[in-house]
Design a protein. Structure first.
Ligand SMILES: [Zn+2]
Length: 426
């Protein structure tokens, strides 16, 4: 056999869509359960469970088969590295997570990790080298369902949260994150503070209906919107529904309804840009048909791609809540902050690289903000970052066994990932 000349790094590669699909389906068998609500097979592979350990070992096995050097850091984040031709160049990183919520499908997170793996396998098949190393990352506890903080692994790696904070988190059974990490054998030695890579790219199922409605396969994600969660508790006075005159009531349920209507009016006013407002939790007490509720508890979820407009929306809500007791003297309003993150704009340069790769491959794309949190927003703090959204089916339902992206769409998205990584690592 003759010695081949090294192929040009810009040569385009074809990814093996069947192999990608097989890998997705094989990983999905770990943590599979019969989901009664949907009649489908769901996946429950929460972070640092035995199932997560099995999933990690499967993926690491595949990384090693693909010739990657695998390291695990103190948070259990997994890195698979393929060397480049320039030993001094910082790597291009791609990845996502393989932990799931309790009622998951096969794509959320896994598509980003196994997609990056498929890019490496395809580069190997084609005998292609890159100048920069390519590193695949699989982040720990992205979902936050078990230990209560999402993007945990990437947040510690990027420096927003400390290792001690993460280790001391406990699950519902009181088990410590640090102990569980050790128990499943993934408390690694590699220092958790990540040296900034050259760039970070994450492919992810959209988890929303926009691409499907627009008839597009792929989207370029321009950032993650700001999120504000509050719990609002309204204290009224219990009273008999038949005997208490209306003007003498302090109806906590009425106040809750006023807030629900007000936040929608805030959205409809157009004053707060692309504000979204949701009251997803409502509970009244005593919860009886014949008693005026003395207590109502609601959550208010506000989202906005613009931090300044978000602040104005929050100020509007605060003023409304302050004045609400004037409508019913005796009403008391209590608020508790549950979560707050600022908007994270992604790198224009990386977005453009993704858009150009998609365009070269004949895919029309749009730019859209992510409504959900992703590891990419943590990485954006230390390196130029952007994401590729891949169309989901059934209005983009996610965190549900019905979550689905077609093999064709997965192949298209990961082909764009491949081209983007090739370009960034050239
Ligand atoms: Zn995810």
């Amino acid at each position: 056999m003759s010695i081949e000349t090294p192929a040009a790094t810009t040569a385009s590669i074809t990814i093996n869509g069947d192999r990608l699909w097989q890998s997705l389906m094989q990983l999905a068998e770990i943590g599979a359960y019969d989901d009664a609500a949907s009649g489908l097979t769901g996946i429950n592979r929460q972070s640092l469970t035995d199932e997560d350990g099995d999933g990690r070992r499967l993926v690491i096995g595949w990384m090693k088969e693909a010739g990657l050097e695998v390291t695990v850091d103190q948070m259990g984040n997994i890195f698979g590295r393929r060397e480049g031709t320039d030993p001094d160049a910082s790597p291009v990183m791609a990845g996502s997570h393989i932990d799931t919520v309790a009622t998951a499908g096969a794509f959320d997170g896994c598509l980003g990790v196994l997609g990056a793996l498929e890019v490496i396998r395809s580069l190997n098949d084609a005998g292609l080298q890159t100048r920069r190393p390519i590193v695949i990352a699989a982040w720990t506890e992205e979902e936050g369902v078990r230990f209560g903080t999402d993007m945990l692994g990437s947040a510690v790696a990027a420096g927003r949260l400390t290792l001690d904070y993460a280790y001391d988190l406990t699950d519902k059974a009181g088990l410590r994150f640090g102990d569980e990490l050790e128990r499943i054998g993934f408390k690694g030695e590699r220092s958790v503070r990540l040296e900034a890579p050259h760039a970070y790219v994450e492919a992810h199922i959209e988890q929303g209906p926009v691409l499907q409605q627009k008839g597009l396969t792929l989207g370029v994600v321009s950032g993650v919107q700001a999120i504000s969660w509050q719990k609002v508790t309204l204290h009224g006075r219990a009273a008999h529904a038949g005997t208490t005159p209306t003007e003498l009531r302090v109806d906590a349920g009425l106040a809750a309804a006023q807030i629900i209507v007000h936040v929608r009016a805030m959205v409809n006013s157009g004053r707060y840009g692309q504000l979204r407002a949701t009251v997803g939790h409502v509970r009244t007490s005593p919860g009886l048909p014949s008693v005026v509720p003395d207590l109502a508890e609601i959550t208010v979820d506000l989202r906005n791609p613009d931090d300044a407009l978000m602040a104005e929306a929050e100020a509007d809500l605060e003023l409304f809540l302050a004045e609400l007791p004037q409508t019913q003297p005796g009403l008391r309003v209590e608020t508790k902050r549950m979560a707050k993150t600022t908007a994270v704009p992604f790198s224009d340069e990386i977005q453009d690289a993704i858009a150009a790769a998609a365009d070269d491959l004949g895919h029309e794309t749009i730019r859209l903000m992510s409504g959900a949190g992703h590891d990419a927003q943590e990485m954006a703090a230390i390196t130029p970052t952007a994401m590729i959204f891949i169309r989901g089916q059934y209005d983009g339902i996610s965190h549900n066994p019905r979550e689905y992206s077609t093999p064709e769409d997965c192949t298209a998205g990961i082909t764009v990932l491949a081209k983007t990584l090739q370009k960034l690592s050239a």
